[in-house]
Design a protein around this ligand. Structure first.
Ligand SMILES: *Cc1c(COP(=O)(O)O)cnc(C)c1O
Length: 392
């Protein structure tokens, strides 16, 4: 697995001075030596760099790497995962068209669909992604099927091979958010998915120091994206941030192995804890869709028992920090109650398949014993607090 990244990383372009780390082409434009050279470039007669909202060599280095890792032809870099999601969807829909999306996609993907796409007359139908028959039944006539396996907060998976094959039969473009598994643990294109989007802000970057996005896919679809949403929505990736992602990816296999190990160990311990009622992790939720994973991300969620006070639990954590995002070295929690801002009635949580007692946990790179000790003491304290409140 290490070779999968290191080999591709080192092999793409010979570096100036045999440098092992690529240069950062921190430039907005590339000049021409003559009228003819400029005219030729604009007429498409010569492929060369013009302006960094289009192509930039540092960003291209990252695009080549992600395309190779995802086992596909091409890729484009974006200023955020959300910019990548928007750019992957926009070229393929117009007013009157329909998108099929699974439930519990990343919150801001959902808001993009609801707040922007609906305004332009695009209909979005949400289906239970765990119910493959329901997804397939919704496909005829749709333009896009939007997947995220596992989904946010619920960590429920989809049978992407079955959905990808059916989407091809119906002429529906399939798009998946593969940020959680990364191409090291799931290669959606090999299972028939058309476009793969990434929040490179998470595992690919891996150091909580940049926000970036990527789309990988076949040349024809990336070409459409390139000639529509990439250039004219303008959400391009900056050379320095592309470089940070490239640097982060050099240790991706090592980091992911540790995230996975920590995630599984803590999920197991939480599952056995008397005050935890549910663990939301693909390994703990059997489904045919698990077959496409060759490993697991370290991000999952768990539900605490009714008598565990969520704010008290979160406040009792000493080492584990409270924060959104994930995929960096530090372990983090996000309580659904605070972050999802769902209406308080129980049924709204039910609609989103999460509970007010759901806590998302991003397993970082720390020693698992330290993390478990922190979770265990906080669970103990949060329960004591709620008990003493009852007594008072
Ligand atoms: C964070 C995240 C995104 C969005 O990425 P940004 O870079 O924050 O825009 C998309 N999908 C998933 C699963 C995420 O966790």
């Amino acid at each position: 697995m290490i070779d999968a990244v290191a080999g591709l990383y080192a092999g793409t372009e010979p570096m100036p001075f045999q440098a092992v780390s690529p240069p950062i082409f921190q430039t907005s434009l590339f000049t021409f030596s003559s009228y003819e050279e400029m005219a030729g470039a604009f007429a498409g007669r010569s492929k060369r760099y013009i302006y960094s909202r289009g192509d930039n060599p540092t960003v291209e280095e990252l695009e080549r790497l992600i395309a190779a890792l995802e086992g596909t032809e091409a890729a484009r870099g974006f200023s955020s995962g959300t910019a990548a999601i928007a750019a992957a969807v926009f070229p393929f829909v117009e007013a009157g068209d329909r998108i099929v999306s699974v439930h519990n996609v990343y919150n801001d993907a959902y808001r993009l669909f609801e707040k922007i796409l609906r305004k332009f007359g695009v209909q979005i139908d949400y289906v239970d992604g765990t119910d493959t028959e329901a997804v397939l039944a919704a496909l005829p006539g749709a333009k896009i099927v939007y997947l995220e396996s596992p989904a946010s907060f619920t960590f429920t998976v989809q049978d992407i091979a079955a959905i990808g094959a059916a989407a091809r039969r119906h002429g529906v473009i399939s798009v998946i958010d593969n940020s959680w598994a990364t191409p090291l643990f799931q290669k959606p294109v090999a299972h028939g998915i058309d476009l793969v989007v990434h929040a490179a802000s998470k595992y690919l970057g891996g150091h909580s120091d940049t926000v970036a996005g990527l789309i990988a896919g076949p040349k024809d679809l990336i070409g459409r994206i390139n000639s529509e949403s990439y250039h004219y929505l303008g959400g391009k990736l900056s050379p320095f941030e592309a470089w940070l992602i490239l640097r982060g990816m050099r240790t991706l296999p090592l980091r992911l192995a540790r995230h996975m190990e920590n995630g599984l160990e803590l999920a197991e311990k939480l599952d056995a804890h008397p005050h935890v009622t549910k663990v939301r992790h693909p390994a703990f939720q059997p489904h045919p869709g698990n077959a496409t994973f060759t490993g697991y991300g370290g991000l999952f969620a768990f539900d605490v028992a009714d008598d565990v006070d969520v704010p008290a639990f979160v406040n009792a954590l000493n080492h584990i920090r409270i924060g959104v995002s994930w995929g960096g070295p530090e372990s983090l929690v996000v309580p659904a109650l605070a972050a999802l801002q769902l209406p308080r009635e129980a049924n709204s949580f039910h609609r989103f398949n999460v509970s007010p007692k759901t806590i998302r946990f991003s397993a970082g790179l720390e020693d698992a014993r330290l993390l478990w000790a922190d979770l265990e003491q906080a669970l103990g304290k949060a329960r004591t607090v709620s008990k003493s409140t009852e007594a008072a």
